[in-house]
Design a binder for this molecule. Structure first.
Ligand code: PLP
Length: 442
């Protein structure tokens, strides 16, 4: 007999989940999960009925919002017809999804390899780059996250890499354009010149690819100054190096374009995606490649495979999700409400001394908090926390605003279906919360 769901209290869910599962990137005794029973639109609820505004789209992934019946229906229909076929088969959903992706991804990108998520998409991207170029090395940034498996955790620059070191060989770092709230930005010409110098020193002919998040996600919503992405593209072209755009978090409308590279009209050679591809209704990732890279594998072996590659349930979820972006004009909504979000942020920045900086592109946003207006000392150190940041997180939770509070920052990444009234409601909670952090400012 099937186990009846929805009989546990929130406390029971927490106790058993903590007793028998590991929570990621955490010291287990410190985790404090929110029990979730159901979700709809921009909201989710605990079993006891407490409502939260999901101001981080869970893990920046439920882009279309929760509980969309068009996607749920597509998954149900696929489950009833053909829940699984192995990756050597052809299926209608696989065929349709790949053709649709060829339509919406940049330029002549027209071939896709499907995975279970973003990390595997990046793993396959670097392997494809190595097979195609016959070179080995990969350049990546410190302010980046590319996934939790061995290879891409080495590419990852943020502290999540440390536990997996020494990692895979052949990875080097390219320079940053942003150095934190105190030091700020480098000039585009300078960072590009230092990037080219790094490539020269590493040996251009040994480098297969450079991977970047065109708009960096968890490491600070870092929007490249105009000219950076174009400059990186030109450097890669000059040296025969492939450019991999990791669009796992920034893709699928989050920034107000289908993909964040579209803002700068830059064509990546390889592009990884996941999260918003299905809005996380079913897990799916993909790596897209330009036509000439796909051509290479017409005559050469593609070394790669996964039991769940092109999983029909996930492909059905992705197709339905992409239709929702189109039908509901969610990308336009992200752009329009992104403009409103910018003005709401600027208003709070003007009124709250603890707000050192705000940034957003579409509905991809962040607050950086400081404790001193002169020195601009961050409210919490790199990779650390502070009582005031913890108090802010507690306030958001009590007030029913869910978002990611990390180091001296917190994020504003709601589902793209959010309305103006809902956005204002969330910002009124933030407004009150910032009174806590303002008290820390000297
Ligand atoms: C930019 C980026 N790349 C890759 C990943 C890894 O994706 P996944 O967790 O689906 O493996 C993430 C996850 O947060 C991400 O933000």
């Amino acid at each position: 007999m099937a186990t009846k769901l929805q009989t546990m209290s929130g406390e029971e869910m927490i106790a058993l989940s903590r007793r028998h599962t590991l929570y990621e990137w955490s010291v287990q005794s410190a985790v404090d999960p929110i029990p979730v029973a159901r979700a709809k639109g921009i909201y989710f609820w605990t079993p006891e009925g407490k409502r939260f505004i999901d101001f981080n789209s869970q893990l920046m992934c439920v882009n279309i919002g929760h509980g969309d019946e068009r996607v749920v229906g597509a998954i149900q229909q696929q489950a009833a017809t053909l829940p699984y076929a192995n990756p050597f088969m052809a299926t209608e959903v696989r065929a349709r999804l790949a053709a649709k992706l060829a339509e919406i991804t940049p330029g002549d990108m027209d071939t896709f390899f499907f995975t279970n998520g973003g990390a595997e998409a990046n793993e396959n991207a670097i392997r494809i780059a190595r097979m195609f170029t016959g070179r080995q090395k990969i350049g990546a940034r410190y302010r980046s996250y590319h996934g939790g498996t061995a290879g891409v955790l080495t590419l990852t620059g943020d502290p999540r890499r440390w536990g997996a070191e020494p990692g895979i060989p052949g990875v080097f770092r390219i320079p940053e354009f942003y150095h934190g709230i105190q030091k700020g930005y480098d000039k585009v010409e300078d960072v590009l010149a230092r990037t080219e110098e790094t490539i020269e020193l590493e040996g251009a002919k040994t480098i297969a690819a450079i991977i970047v998040e065109p708009v960096v996600g968890t490491n600070g919503i870092l929007i490249p100054p105009d000219g950076y992405m174009q400059g990186l593209r030109a450097i890669c072209d000059k040296h025969g190096i492939l450019l991999i755009a990791d669009e796992v978090m920034a893709g699928f409308g989050r920034t107000g374009e289908w993909f964040s590279v579209d803002h700068w009209k830059v064509q990546p050679d390889l592009m990884s995606m996941a999260k918003g591809l299905t809005s996380a209704y079913v897990q799916l990732g993909a790596v897209g490649m330009r036509h000439q890279i796909a051509e290479h594998f017409q005559k050469n072996m593609f070394y790669g495979g996964l039991t769940y590659n092109s999983h029909p349930l996930a492909c059905a979820a992705a197709l339905a999700t992409i239709s929702v972006y189109e039908e509901d004009k969610l990308i336009e909504n992200a752009r329009r409400l992104g403009d409103l979000m910018r003005s709401l942020m600027q208003d709070l920045q003007a009124r709250h001394p603890s707000v050192g900086a705000t940034r957003n592109i579409g509905l991809f946003g962040i607050f950086e908090l400081i404790r001193n207006r002169e020195t601009r000392e961050p409210l919490a150190p790199f990779n650390g926390t502070a009582p005031e940041m913890q108090a802010l997180g507690k306030f958001f939770r009590e007030e029913g605003l869910y978002t990611l509070v990390r180091w001296n920052t917190f994020f504003t990444n709601p589902p793209l279906c959010i309305t103006e009234a809902e956005l204002r409601e969330a910002f009124s909670i933030i407004d009150r919360g910032l009174e806590i952090t303002d008290k820390a400012v000297s």
